[in-house]
Design a protein around this ligand. Sequence first.
Ligand SMILES: [Zn+2]
Length: 257
Amino acid sequence: MLAEILLDKKKYQIDLLKPISLALPFVPYGRNVNCYYAEEPTADVITIGDFVGSVALGGSVNYQRVSLTTHGNGTHTECLGHITDDTTHVMSSIHKRSFFKAQIISIRPRQFEEDSIITLNDIHQYYDQDFKPEALIIRSLPNDYNVKAQAQYSYTNPTYLEPACGDWLARRNVKHLIVDLPSVDREVDAGALSVHRGFWQTETDSPRLDATISEMAFVPQNAPDGKYFLQLSWPNWSTDAAPSSILVYKVTEESSL
Ligand SMILES: [Zn+2]
């Protein structure tokens, strides 16, 4: 099912039958990726009187109460409501569009004493300034699924982005930033949140209400670096963040109009 997308005086072809998911699985009571000291996600069977919400236990349907910590239990997308006190800054308010021109880049973090950092210099080097991606997807190296899908990040000072990256990406109008890290900022940074603040431009007169950051994604090896279209979606939740579906489709042909 080939689709042609006309955008910015270019024609791009993608195959809608070949989506690649960048979301990690979510397994209640399983061994999930975890960060920021979150409890494990659970899915408890609900019982009401004679009703039991488990077919295995004799009930007519499975009916469970799921408990999760959005920022701590897996792949999620957040909006600027994550760092503002304005209660209108929620995921449901930015549900306008879900298809974006995207670029995947792979970067090996650099070590600075006890810190592992993805530098602006490296992002700058791989960012495609002719393609002008609306979404930038950063795969950190090494990229071992078994490590990233089960990583327990709390107290480990995991890899993060150099503070200047957020503002730099905002100035290039990158609307959606997707990383396979627990946060774009340092685990403990005394609330500086420089990449979050820079990306959302919260310190300016025009904060970016429709920009999002997705964390703890996983970019599989069958999605090599290059040009894609991103299909990014989340439930209609009035919260600062939500679990998200992140699909990419590789650009298979490109021509000028
Ligand atoms: Zn988060």
